[in-house]
Design a protein around this ligand. Structure first.
Ligand SMILES: Nc1ncnc2c1ncn2[C@@H]1O[C@H](COP(=O)(O)OP(=O)(O)O)[C@@H](O)[C@H]1O
Ligand SMILES: [Mg+2]
Length: 250
């Protein structure tokens, strides 16, 4: 399998108000294969959103490189953006538009004509179970429905690589399971999916491989089965995290 994402020596420092720096990423190396459902797992502040931000060209790295779907995030950010779909950590739809208008408007950024975008939006909203909300203002959608709208928006231009930052935070258990099914079907479709989570069970159930990160550094990288096998006596991912860091994930 070819690499969908190649990350080398990726580093990010943020300035602090006191004139110091926070090291959010301390030199990350990672390859993600085409078609993988890949999880970035770590506690709050581990550097997950910073990694996603750099890979999606929203954040500029301090050092190192990342190539996403064949394009370099620094030199070819426009190409990267055309080839990826992004579901942000917080749903950010345009509240003044209907659900359908959100999708058609977004499709315009990718040069998709209105008629084609409308047809595609209908299909996506049907697949994602929100077809009945098409004409509703986004404010009338539940949290789970807004999240599915963000997924539809991320898919409107048929990207091969999809990023989701903590997609199940704030969803009720039923909506969470619904989202897992959506991710599984995108995966079965052959897309590359990179998601972050701080839920061990979610990472365990969904992902082909996981990178466990903390303080901007890679602690472990493998399949959930192989990671769990590292715990003496064969444990859980929670137990592995404690053995790696001395802390609970929370
Ligand atoms: N815009 C920012 N300015 C300053 N520090 C930031 C900024 N964004 C993130 N950080 C810091 O960088 C570290 C990594 O944050 P983040 O990537 O958001 O982690 P995660 O998504 O895993 O919770 C944290 O210490 C966080 O406080
Ligand atoms: Mg985050």
């Amino acid at each position: 399998m070819s690499a969908a994402i190649h990350i080398s020596g990726l580093r990010k420092e943020y300035p602090t108000p006191g004139g110091g720096t926070v090291i959010a990423l301390a030199g990350l190396d990672l390859d993600i294969a085409s078609g993988e459902l890949f999880g970035l797992l770590g506690p709050n502040g581990a550097g997950k959103s910073t990694t996603i931000g750099i890979l999606t060209t929203r954040i500029r790295p301090t050092a190192g490189s990342a190539v996403v779907a064949g394009a370099d995030v620094r030199r070819s950010s426009v190409a990267v953006r055309q080839r990826i779909g992004v579901v942000p950590q917080r749903a950010n739809p345009d509240l003044s538009l209907t659900a359908l208008e959100n999708l058609v408007f977004h499709a315009g950024y990718f040069g998709i004509p209105r008629v084609a975008a409308t047809a595609r939006a209908h299909t996506l909203m049907g697949t994602l179970g929100i077809a009945d909300k098409m004409r509703a203002r986004v404010g009338e959608l539940s949290g789970g429905q807004q999240q599915r709208l963000m997924i539809a928006r991320a898919l409107i231009h048929e990207p091969r690589v999809i990023f989701l930052d903590e997609p199940t935070v704030g969803l009720d258990p039923q909506a969470r399971l619904g989202l897992w099914e959506i991710l599984r079907s995108l995966h079965a479709d052959g897309r590359t999916i990179v998601m972050t989570t701080h839920y061990m069970e979610e990472a365990d159930q969904l992902c082909d491989r996981l990178a466990i990160i903390d303080h901007g550094a890679l602690l472990a990288l493998d399949t959930p089965v192989a990671l769990k096998a590292r715990v003496p006596g064969g444990g859980t991912l929670d137990e592995l995290f404690i053995s790696l860091t001395g802390r609970e994930l929370d």
